[in-house]
Design a protein around this ligand. Structure first.
Ligand SMILES: [Zn+2]
Length: 175
């Protein structure tokens, strides 16, 4: 693992390509702040339990450490957005969550959607799970594509989900 210019650790190869992307984004006027990178198994467990708690009726605003989540859906993702512990690519150090710091953060995220494929950073999985902040590092060229922006640079062409309606657990993002 290697620490990136944005603070989080990633698999070394992924970190090197992230730092290249970070510099080019900076030159284009965007700061790629991260709120997620390499994540330990224990942390993924915690996030999964939190997500499951909310998915089964718990309050989104309940941030108490013990939330009474039950592993009723153990063995599958169930209704949770967080990957089942042990299966998240955050655990391999090949996933990032880009910070949503208001409109500046969203513009940075759109920049990565459009340009990330040049650096091995794919929005393929983030798109599939409706998470605009989640990008994965891959060498699979079928998952490396440009998501074109409209003329405002604030919207992905043909992307219908309401980005502002998406929610995240406090202090962390999923999967
Ligand atoms: Zn993520």
């Amino acid at each position: 693992m290697t620490r990136t210019k944005a603070g989080y650790k990633l698999l070394t190869e992924a970190a090197i390509k992230f730092d290249e992307m970070y510099d080019d984004a900076k030159a284009a006027g965007h700061t790629l702040d991260l709120v997620g990178g390499y994540r330990t198994f224990a942390r993924q467990n915690e996030i999964f339990d939190w997500d499951l708690y909310v998915a089964t009726g718990g309050s989104l605003n309940d941030t108490s450490p013990v939330r009474g989540a039950t592993r009723a859906k153990s063995g599958s993702n169930g209704n949770t957005a967080a990957a089942f512990p042990g299966t998240s690519n955050h655990g391999w150090g090949t996933a990032i969550d880009v910070a949503r710091n208001g409109s500046a953060g969203d513009l940075a995220i759109y920049w990565v959607m459009k340009n990330g494929y040049n650096y091995g950073w794919s929005w393929y999985e983030g798109y599939a799970v409706n998470e605009q902040w989640h990008f994965t590092y891959t060498t699979d060229s079928s998952k490396l594509k440009e998501y074109p922006l409209d003329s405002s640079n604030r919207r992905i062409v043909n992307f219908s989900a309401s980005i502002s309606s998406l929610t995240t657990p406090p202090g962390s993002n999923t999967p």
